[in-house]
Design a protein around this ligand. Structure first.
Ligand code: IFM
Length: 453
């Protein structure tokens, strides 16, 4: 099916500060948790770090030109937290704000709507003195950061994302220790996840003092399907959905934390969730003008022996299409997710991330013929169009990512970009998928370009 989106639809691409900027030691930037984590032996595949990344802190003007050349009308980026609050609290670094002000002004001058993320994981290391997100004081620190950025930019930036992927912060940062700050403690991860949501509420309260801003959090959402029709696998899928999706969606939507998951955590931890204090759920609720949807793949679930998690990911059976990272390419689940969110939750939706790893590099003629990313893009466009035709209120689509970049603990190997980056030289090459996306954006959808693209 082909489709055309409304004229004010946000068509864009997304990045984050630590993943693209490099220049970690300029303009008064403080150390971030990722600077420290990346120094741990073995923490990053290939041993890299974000010191160069896509070199976008220096090449920001070229990147704005690139965005405009692709006809995108929106760009999602994040503000490096430790560039603005080098000590975590107190002192604000004006040179950091100057940088993002230049970026925002240049985007606006090209007719590109900035979509600004506040926390895309690069918390100032100074906040680890209290325990990072395990400490409730981080909520105030985040509100200070929000106040500083909003004070400079809220007169020009309409779309604000407080937090990127609270579940991933809790899971990889505090439960499994695979991301900064490298903590491995289930209880700590529950506490951290709660504080991230509380900080969403606190940040939204700051932003609401600035008329005209729209605020949301971006959640990593994974539809959870049972591996078999058995009751046990169905229960595993419900449990996994609670763990990954509902635990974050429900409090944002004003329903409080889901009871089944609360009981699950209390059982698993052998304690009450006293970090969730009276009034906290109200402080998270009702503060989202939209929901950011980060969608990559689905989870296929089976029952596991009783334990902290009585469910396990078994993956799809059979020969399914996968990205180079092995993630199942599941556009139908994308459509179903958008429809479920529309049906069950009160938010307008913005797809704040969607993309895949395809490792294609420039060929003899310099061209990057990433045919699988093009197929991925077309399939996910089709799926989004079907969801919208069936009523889903989707206001934008921001592809992950504009550029190849530093993929956290996986280093520089996975390439998510519509634009190839040659890291040693910083040279950018628009991939064939980038050209296709530009055509989709110009057409406002797949109308008329599906067959020959
Ligand atoms: O690169 C990340 C991004 O920072 C957060 N969402 C998922 C992407 C791909 O793994």
């Amino acid at each position: 099916m082909t489709f055309r989106c409304p004229p004010d639809f946000l068509w864009g691409a997304a990045t984050s500060a630590y993943q693209i900027e490099g220049s970690l030691d300029v303009d008064g930037r403080g150390e971030s948790v990722w600077d420290v984590f990346a120094r741990r032996p073995g923490a990053i595949e290939g041993g890299g770090d974000g010191s160069l990344a896509s070199d976008s802190y220096r090449r920001w003007a070229d990147d704005v030109e690139l965005i405009a050349s692709l006809s995108l009308n929106a760009y999602r980026f994040s503000v490096g937290w430790s560039r603005i609050m080098p000590d975590g609290r107190g002192r604000v670094e004006p040179r950091g704000l100057d940088h993002y002000e230049r970026l925002v002004d240049a985007l606006l001058a090209c007719g590109v709507t900035p979509v600004l993320t506040l926390n895309h994981w690069d918390m100032p290391q100074a906040l680890m003195a209290d325990g990072g997100w395990i400490a409730r004081s981080c909520v105030d620190a985040f509100a200070e950061f929000t106040t500083a950025v909003a004070g400079r930019l809220a007169d020009r930036v309409e779309w604000w994302i407080t937090q990127n992927e609270p579940w991933i912060i809790a899971l990889l940062g505090y439960q499994l220790g695979l991301h900064a700050p490298g903590v491995r403690d289930l209880g700590a991860s529950v506490t951290a996840g709660h504080h991230v949501l509380l900080a969403h509420g606190a940040g939204a309260d700051v932003l609401r003092q600035h008329p005209g801003t729209r605020v949301g959090a971006a959640l990593s959402l994974f539809p959870c399907d049972p591996a078999t029709p058995s009751d046990e696998d169905a229960a595993a899928a419900v449990g996994s959905d609670g763990y990954v999706n509902r635990w974050y969606l429900d409090p944002l939507a004003g329903r409080g934390y889901p009871t089944d998951m609360r009981e699950h955590y209390e059982r698993a931890l052998g304690r009450e969730l006293s970090e969730i204090r009276d009034g906290d759920e109200d402080a998270i609720a009702g503060r989202s003008d939209f929901l950011g949807v980060n969608y990559y793949t689905r989870r296929v679930m089976a029952a596991a022996p009783p334990g902290p998690f009585p469910w396990r990911v078994v993956g799809p059976s059979g020969d399914v299409a996968r990205t180079d990272e092995g993630w199942e390419i599941a556009p139908d689940s994308f459509r179903d997710l958008l429809l479920r969110l529309h049906r069950d939750y009160p938010f307008p939706l913005v797809v704040t991330e969607n993309g895949g790893v395809f490792g294609d590099a420039p060929l003899h003629d310099g061209r990057v013929r990433d045919v699988r990313r093009q197929a991925f893009l077309r399939a996910h466009m089709r799926a989004m169009g079907e969801a919208m035709a069936a009523g889903a209120d989707v206001r934008g689509y921001l592809h992950w990512s504009l550029l190849d970049n530093f993929e956290w603990s996986l280093g520089y190997r996975p390439r998510f970009g519509l634009v190839h980056v040659d890291y040693p030289t910083g040279r950018r090459t628009v991939k064939d998928s980038g050209r296709l996306y530009a055509r989709i954006v110009a057409a406002g959808g797949l109308d008329g370009i599906e067959e020959d693209a």
